[in-house]
Design a protein around this ligand. Sequence first.
Ligand code: ZN
Length: 227
Amino acid sequence: MRRLIQSVSTAFLFAACSPNYLTISPPSSAPIVHKSETEALPDLRKLVREAKVEEAWVYLPEREEWHDIGLETTITDHSASLNLDLEKIEQLATDYSILHFYHIHPEPLDARVVPSADDIGSAIYFFCKYQHQRKKDFHYLLASSHGIMEYVLNGERFSDFCRFTKEEDFFERGKTLGRIVVNSRELWTNESRISSLAKKKVSTTIFNNGSVEIIFTPYPKFMDGLQ
Ligand SMILES: [Zn+2]
């Protein structure tokens, strides 16, 4: 699945009376959900099993809040693209220092269980803009069949990339690096073993090229780590 970053002109934070669980919400109308990561994990798993579109959130550990950052999903023959609300992310990154980016690859979409080139491109964009330039603490996590994939960028390796790349090119050039990861034999091989890796109930690095590391943690083990 692919995600595109798209700037938008309007963004609303809309905290209304609403059920306290994570849902697929239309742009701009999503409520803030007040839950810890542990409490929200069952919601994420349910959406992975049932949702028909991708969705994305920023989780704020300092406040135990989930903010919906997914805008409209564009479906084409081969992929779905989820646009992200960059204005809302800018606001959250201004107000808070620790952001956990979560998104789902739902099973009904038949998505890969590993991050896409767009996902890695997005992470590189956010890394350069907020972690490199503003020293924020961001984490990038994908919920899919069997567990959580965390993709970790090596800050030292990306330092020069961030310094010498224009901001408007962070995403496209990051996506090019993401394609190398996504098409690697190492990732394809380990992806085909995810269900057997999940049974082992341990975290496993399923890809590492020194710049990007992808770590798979089965849901029960991930839950243990949060407690
Ligand atoms: Zn994705």
